[in-house]
Design a protein around this ligand. Structure first.
Ligand code: ADP
Length: 485
């Protein structure tokens, strides 16, 4: 149970600098997926509170947008320092509401902080241009200006760092924001309010509302004073939000679902591929949008890869993320465990061979065994659908051409991975994969310095990299005449 006086826990929403309850006092219970215990209650805000949050962000925008990049970088650096100074406590809250092992939660806090530092640096490099003019008596300039009020809607799987990728560039660019964290993991979202306060960020620059997703989402996507919606979550919800945002022509960034293929060629270093597979699959219990969803393995190394992946999966220590040495926590909730079960049952009914795991874990609740299924075929559901659980289906292919066709046979285009030691193959496959993120002989590639984002139905826009801040800026073209030149 989180202690009621835990200084890192906020049970209220942050609107215009005030920590407030829902107007009608309604709350949502937050459960620890490892124990099933309710760890606290946060406001169940709705339309009225969200409108006030937008108004507060709007009111804070004129002054905030005029602060210097140096000043905004200083706030971001202070937030970064605060996060690292309080990494353990922030990670414990994250593990308690979300389930991931504490080591992963600490990693998430660290990478979130790293995004802030990156955007603190980027803030100071938002350059406009002086453009060669086609007119002798006029001059042309372009400037980059903050878009305005940003609405950020985030999922439960990375409840802290998904916000860092949105808040970091928003602050760096001079935007104010309204944040809606996922209802399963509101505490890591509300903690951002405390981080902002500790850094001295002006009131109203960051506002946080928790509550009913559809009500809050509707206000955020239709309110005329919101300039941009940035969302991480499912493609299904992303499409709804884009449709709503279209009514007032908002700028949108969407980080949506994936169906990541993980290709292993005959020429690969198999032990390296297995190590990469373990990280790309089981991190966060398989609940990431860049998780390997389909292992595609060439015939010559298929049996070896399957055997080694199954042995490594069996060896994973499953348990409460707060316990020492635990490598895989529970799934987010019972619904997620039940959904994972259906993928296994579907595969087995179509001839899939379970080499490791295959069922709910003996710990009960939403714990699920790390699972490997060989002889996967295209008619099995996980060939098309995102599993979001610790299940590794292994498909067999014969040729590189066949592998590329299988890898690209999806409406998604977020992350993909491949393992080879053949240089020509590296280039051919790298160029042939229709994805926004490609890991070559690496299973985890996310870093603030690089753009993270998908193509096709996996989304629009990039988070991080030199591209990340541009999503929060609009271009102004200025033509100066009457200069008497
Ligand atoms: P996940 O499977 O990761 O929960 P979702 O897309 O369902 O993915 O949810 C991601 C975020 O979007 C969460 O914060 C959730 O509360 C929010 N959300 C879900 N449905 C809606 C909706 N209709 N409008 C606005 N936000 C929504």
């Amino acid at each position: 149970m989180l202690k009621p006086n835990n200084p890192y826990v906020r049970n209220a929403n942050l609107i215009g600098g005030d920590w407030v309850a829902a107007d009608n006092g309604a709350t949502i219970a937050v459960d620890n997926p490892a124990t099933g215990e309710t760890i606290g209650h946060v406001p169940q805000s709705g339309r009225a509170e969200t409108i006030r949050a937008v108004e507060a962000a709007k009111a804070a925008f004129p002054a905030f947008s005029k602060t210097t990049a140096n000043q905004r970088a200083a706030w971001l650096r202070a937030m970064h320092a605060y996060m690292l100074d309080n990494q353990q406590a922030l990670a414990e809250i994250l593990t308690m509401e979300m389930g991931k092992p504490l080591a992963e939660a600490k990693g998430e806090i660290a990478i979130g902080a790293a995004y802030l530092l990156w955007f603190a640096e980027e803030a100071r490099r938002v350059y406009g241009e002086v453009v060669p003019s086609p007119w002798g008596d006029r001059r042309i300039l372009t400037t980059l200006e903050p878009v305005g009020v940003v609405a950020a809607i985030t999922p439960w799987n990375f409840p802290s760092s998904m916000l860092a990728r949105k808040i970091g560039p928003a602050i760096a660019a001079g935007c104010t924001s309204v944040i809606k964290p996922a209802s399963q993991t509101p505490y890591s979202g509300l903690a951002w309010g405390m981080i902002a306060e500790a850094a001295g960020l002006p009131k109203g620059v960051m506002n946080i509302v928790t509550g009913k997703a559809s009500e809050i989402g509707e206000v955020l996507c239709t309110h005329p004073d919101v300039a941009k919606v940035t969302f991480t979550g499912s493609t299904e919800v992303g499409i709804k939000l884009m449709q709503m945002a279209a009514g007032t022509v908002k700028k949108v960034s969407m980080e949506l679902g994936g169906n990541a293929p993980f290709l292993v060629f005959d020429s690969a270093d198999i032990d390296r591929a297995v190590a990469g597979a373990m990280a790309a699959k089981y991190r966060n219990s398989g609940q990431t949008c860049v998780c390997a969803n389909r292992f595609l393995v060439q015939a010559g190394v298929y049996d070896e890869f399957c055997a080694k992946l199954a042995a490594a999966s069996d060896a994973l220590k499953v348990g409460n993320g707060l316990d020492d040495g635990v490598q895989q926590g529970p799934l987010i909730d019972a619904k997620a465990a039940a959904a994972t079960e259906t993928f296994v049952a579907d595969a087995v009914s179509k001839g899939g061979r379970v080499l490791a795991g295959g069922k709910r874990h003996a710990l009960g609740g939403s714990f699920f065994e790390p699972t490997v299924i060989a002889d996967a075929t295209p008619d099995m559901r996980f060939a098309r659908e995102e599993i979001f659980g610790p299940v590794s289906p292994v498909f067999k292919f014969e040729t590189e051409e066949q592998a590329l066709a299988m890898a690209n046979d999806t409406e998604y285009g977020l992350a993909c991975y491949f393992y080879t030691r053949d240089l020509g193959q590296t280039i051919r496959v790298m160029e042939g994969l229709k994805y926004g993120i490609v890991g070559v002989n690496e299973g985890i590639v996310t870093t603030p310095e690089a753009p993270f984002g998908g193509i096709k139905q996996s989304g629009l826009g990039s988070e991080g990299g030199s591209q990340g801040i541009k999503e929060y800026l609009s271009v102004k073209y200025i033509c100066i005449g009457g200069l008497g030149l």
